[in-house]
Structures are given as structure tokens and as C-alpha cells.
Design a protein around this ligand. Sequence first.
Ligand SMILES: [Fe+2]
Ligand SMILES: [Fe+2]
Length: 130
Amino acid sequence: MDLLKWDQNISLNNDFIDNQHKELFKIVNKLVANCNVNYDYKIIQNIIYELFEYTNNHFKEEERLLEERNYPHLEIHITEHAGFIKKLNDINVKLNKSKDKKTAKELLVFVKNWLLEHTSKYDLDYKNYI
Ligand SMILES: [Fe+2]
Ligand SMILES: [Fe+2]
């Protein structure tokens, strides 16, 4: 499975948010690397926990910033974030039961696709408001 690559196309010209996105990509890449070789459920679970923590924090800070700047599509954005957390949680519940690599990969494919789509579409949409 390929690693995620952050590039200038998804830059928001805001170091605070850009650095958080880079860090998120890094955490996801840790998952990719650990799924590619020597699958260990405990290690994967630790990284998923880190992903939950970091994402929750990032979403909160992003939403606070967008509210401050009166971003007009804030409600849709909040719904997108909440949908991600819910789906991530659902697949993680499944993984906690099966503990298998197949479900870990399912979670990873979802996270990668969501993150790429969200940062290049939904996050880019607020670029001119921050
Ligand atoms: Fe976002
Ligand atoms: Fe974001």
C-alpha cells in the first residue's frame, strides 16, 4: 500500500493548519508501514488511538478557526468531520473483534481516501477565509 504524500496543492498558506495536516499524514503513513510488514494488532491499535486523538484535536481547532472567520460552509464541514469519526469508530469496533489484517486494511483504505478527498476538497474550500 502506498504512503500518503502531502504537497503544495493542498497547502492552505497557513502553517498552523498545514503542519497539522502533515502530522495527520505522518500518523496514517505509520499505519501503512505497519500494515505492509509484520502485522501486529497491538501496534496498529496504538497508532489508531493516536489517530483518533490527533484527529479529534485537529477537527476542534479547525472548526474553532472557521467559526472565528465566519466561514459560510461550517455546518457541512462539521458534518463531514463527524461522519469521519463515526465511520472510523465503526470499522475500529469491527477490528477490535476480528483483530485481523484484512479489517486493518479496510480501515486504512477508508482513512486514506477520506483524508485525501477531505483535504483537497473540503479543507481547500476554506483557504480564502483564513
Ligand atoms: Fe476539515
Ligand atoms: Fe483539516
